[in-house]
Design a protein around this ligand. Sequence first.
Ligand code: FAD
Ligand code: FES
Ligand code: FES
Length: 1331
Amino acid sequence: MQLSTFTQVLKYKFTVTENHADPETMLLSFLREKLRLTGTKYGCGGGGCGACTVMVSRYQPATKTIIHYSANACLLPLCQLHGAAVITVEGIGSTKTRIHPVQERIAKAHGSQCGFCTPGMVMSMYALLRNKPQPTMEDITQALAGNLCRCTGYRPIVDGCRTFCQETNCCQANGVGNCCLNGANNADEPEHEKPQLFDKDDFLPLDPTQELIFPPELILMAEMANPQTLTFCGERMTWVSPTSLEELVQLKTSNPKAPLVMGNTNIGPDMRFKGVQHPLIISPTRVTELFEVTQTPQGVCLGAGCSLSEVRSLLEKLVPQLPEEKTELFKALIQQLGNLGSQQIRNVASLGGNIMSAYPNSDLNPILAAGNSKVSVISSGGRREVPLNQDFFVSFGKTILKPEEILVSVFIPFSRKGEFVRAFRQAPRKESSFATVTTGMRVFFSEGSRVVQDISIYYGGMGPTTVSAAKTCAAIVARPWDDETLSRAYDILLDELALPPSAPGGKVEFRRSLTLSFLFKFNLEVLQKLREMNVITDELPEKMQIKPLPREIQRSLQEFQHVSKGQSNQDPVGRPIMHRSAISQATGEAVYCDDIPKTDGELFLALVTSSRAHAKITGLDVSEALQLPGVVDVITSKDIPGKKVRSMFGYHEELLAESKVSCIGQMVCAVVADTRAHAKRGAAAVKISYEDLPDPVFTIEEAVEKSSFFEPLRMIERGNVTEAFKSVDQVYEGEMRMGGQEHFYMETQSMLVVPVGEETEFNVYVSTQWPTLTQDAVAETLDIPSNRVTCHVKRIGGAFGGKVTKTSILASITSVAAWKTNHAVRCVLERGEDMLITGGRHPILGKYKVGFMNDGRIVAADIQYFTNAGNTVDESVLVVEKILLHMDNTYNIPNLRGRAAACRTNLPSNTAFRGFGVPQSIMVVENMVNDVAVVLGRPPDQVREINMYKGLSVTHYKFEFSPENMLRCWEECKAKSDYSARRRAIDQFNQQSRWKKRGMSLIPIKYGIAFAESFLNQAAALVHIYKDGSVLVNHGGTEMGQGIHTKIQQVASRELHIPPSKIYISETSTNTVPNTCPSAASFGTDANGMAVKNACQTLYQRLEPLRQKDPKGSWESWVRAAFFEKISLSATGFHRGPDLYMDWDKMEGQPYAYYTFGACCCEVELDCLTGDYRTVKTDIVVDIGRSLNPSVDIGQIEGAFMQGLGLYTLEELKFSPSGLLYTRGPSQYKIPAVCDMPLQFNVYLLSDSHNPHAIYSSKGIGEPVLFLGSSVFFAIKDAVAAARSESGLVGPFSLDSPATPERACLACASRFTQKIPDSKPGSFKPRALNI
Ligand SMILES: Cc1cc2nc3c(=O)[nH]c(=O)nc-3n(C[C@H](O)[C@H](O)[C@H](O)COP(=O)(O)OP(=O)(O)OC[C@H]3O[C@@H](n4cnc5c(N)ncnc54)[C@H](O)[C@@H]3O)c2cc1C
Ligand code: FES
Ligand code: FES
């Protein structure tokens, strides 16, 4: 086949003509690798994260209009873009020319921390503004729904984007219609005098006339009379784009197996993740018949090629033009389309593609089928119409259509008078998530009657394909719509849609109960309609009504202190300075590891991992891989010249497994090739044979039974717990299980190892929190001295503890490849590999026995913690220690015993994760305190208060501290959240609402800062002043979004008395500052800030004589003079941190330098029928001393809170019974998205707090607030308790973490969940392990 021209426009006036477009190339890799436009990021490759968002524009000759839409470049085949203009983040603005208002506002509103998500956010917002320069808040949240951010908590991004809205400026903070600008709340401080995080008067105006124009040459091309068939041939695939329906039919007749690629949102992920290959792909995007829209007296006929966004806006346009009764199906479709996928997906995914993909949980198929839609298909045999009914969907991914048939259009009928159509769905996350169960329901009554003439109900998510509840419908038809009919219908439905307990997809009880809940919801809505039509008269009690969960985002408050009046204007310390790289992050200029240009001869490394959890390796066959194009070599353990293992706590971890594997995902070898694609294909071709070893251990219970632990086990006790239990009024025993958490840093593990070419010297560019560890690891692995290895870290696209130990192992393997081949070698993990290999937060099982008095005092507690550490020790013993050290949280329990063990299992090894065990530790304690409150029938906040440390206190490890600020945070949080009044309002709400409940909780935290391993509390810095007066600061901390470089710049600015603009921080490198400690434990700024301060003070003092000599001189003149007077303008700084320790034998110590305190109040509204919830309001008060930078610190607080919210309510890792991680991407593993942000999210920094232990009286803040996300968990639990009491269930109940909709719904124990029979444990093989 002949090659054709491919044209697109990227960047400003940049035309690309690609004669050899490979059909397997997606736009993302083309942009990044070929055009070197690296602003567009890779985050997942499957349309699930939005990091790769670009804007596509096309000219439509029929209407002579240009359309603009956002799309995921990772799923856009390059060939599909013929004639389209693509605008990337680089195209809209740059620091060299002018930045775009979207870039500016997201950056200045502090919406960019690590910045990896920022270009995607910018482009989603940009595409929205191109279509609607003054969007509503709803438009903004919809546009951003498919963009994930792991750092910010979304509030600042939304606030930056909100400045484009023309909505009322009222914050509603003081209640409906009452704005805080009225000053009602803080009368003592007028609003205009309160410090603000940013000033929107600074912003450039948005001027739509200044936007890039659509390239006229593409208009000419589109207008061309005789378009040609396009054919592109790649290494393994051919792509044909016909121009007419006739040609399309011919092509499909002769190639019935070739898929028709429209949006590529099904075919693309299948090819990428499941290895499906298609020798030929047909792209019918230029066949106009597939896009035609016609209206008939019976309904509308939509071309199968129309995108889902087009379908939605067409229906939205039609609804107001038609009589209401005709639009029931349209409205239900609009609702489903609003929740299906993300904006980027809907903009490209086609209607026909959705139907033909026949997903089991397609959102459209159930509603189209229930609504009696029909499809029109064509083949060489002619046209035919096929009803979309129960016979249409045959099995998983299959329809009744013949392979050669093409879906041309879909007919969607008008509804009739007396006909009601509704759709419902419940998904693991509210937006941008496939549904767990989804449904379409239609009922038809004859006029004036409640007797059902016709009904159809279809479900998705209840089998391998869309299923009809035909028997249920048969039991309803011809009967009156009343309780009796419906009661029978629930029972029949339960039988009809029974799922076996080990059904694919799991969540069997939940899914079954959802089918009933949806029918019940439909019932309520139909009754309401019948009432409106005067068919029935009885009023539905208000208590039974169900309104949608609230969704309007309110303005949030951020309160912090002014700098003191005497502080010089030039001194930036304490001011909300923007993250120093925010603008370059927003323009896509910021360079991350994988953005470094490819060097000559560079190779790519792909890992081969074990597919068995516990097995001997009996063979490794790499011959086939070595034959493949581009493959250069395979690296095995035998190739490692130096140490083949990493040792910790006396345990060895092999870099590459040699003879035995102990988890699925363990690295066995690595394939090195000339390109990423070739390396991946090579890795897939490596064959490993195994001999399974007996009895793999997966769960904590299995490990406990077999005493499979990593030593040492730890214990701590104060008082005499056993004795104390004898004297208490009551004893309660309970347990809590908490799942793990994936770091899901947006930038996956990335590194580039470059041999310098002489004397075994290597430059390692790596995304790590601990460059020195990587340096040491590479040197040991290659058996060379550390002075030959230089690690460079420019910035990290998020880390959260996950880029320490595992990164050093990956870099070591990559360095072996670089050493062996003598070429630069790059390794960047795919999202799925990263999730599979690198582990995350430790899941735990906590068991407690608590003794308390009837007045609420807890006198004794005995808590046992078991963590699932995985197959290697990593940092698990340290995690266990930190768990025990925080088990008192804020409570003075006189007799307290804790025991903790790290269980050794055959799962991927878990590692450090923000909070390092504390979020697990305190969760169990708070659950215990909650149970005590429930047993006593007292409000949990009272029991918390009774037991809090008061006055000068001593912890269970005999450390003296003052809890004063902790109590202040608690009291202030109660006041700011108006706790008591809201509590009363919630109780009232709950009395008046049966199916929706509200819940609230108030949770405190006391978090120890610094490393208990004393040697890690040190830092060094190197500061150079150049002759022009510019200053280069080097220090040991790494910038991963937490803003350390910004704060360090502020420190240097204060110490040198120069503006921050004169100070630059280029990177963190081991050849400038050696022997550094990790940026972790919330201690990075404390330590490195002091070291930089020290170096700057040295330099400032050296300049003192020159200042004295020339008091009127300038910084530049003193520096120049110093040079001529031979005064060194370079200095090192050092900080010797506190000598902390913990003596586990004596059970005492001083493991922390100080505590960061906080309290958080959250309120949620829960839909008890589905488990769906919304966080209505969050108020957080944190004591961080005197903030060095309130915008950075508030950013850390909000981001950590949201990560905690994810941990405790959303994020669920699932493993198969053989130990394979199922959840290996954003489609299966849900981190919080914009839709999860609290509707009002207020943060207050405690005023008048000082901390003598850290720089300028500040406090570490990276980790502590993560735990406060549990306040949402406890608010959900509170709401669930209210629901349970309606079913007569009182007393403590168990709710494991995360409190997903599934768990919350089942815990509510409604009449529907109670109908679902329990599956007898042991009678079936569960689909997922309960690890
Ligand atoms: C991140 C993500 C989130 C998603 N979330 C949801 C969700 O919440 N709910 C939901 O329902 N779906 C969801 N989807 C699925 C998405 O809606 C479908 O993948 C999409 O509609 C398929 O359309 P497409 O044009 O991209 O199909 P393609 O991938 O281009 O093609 C899919 C299949 O349809 C066939 N096909 C396409 N057009 C025709 C035609 N005219 N005639 C015959 N065969 C045809 C092709 O041969 C191919 O086999 C999601 C997808 C992704 C990637
Ligand atoms: S990389 Fe494209 S959506 Fe994640
Ligand atoms: S700033 Fe959004 S992922 Fe880091």
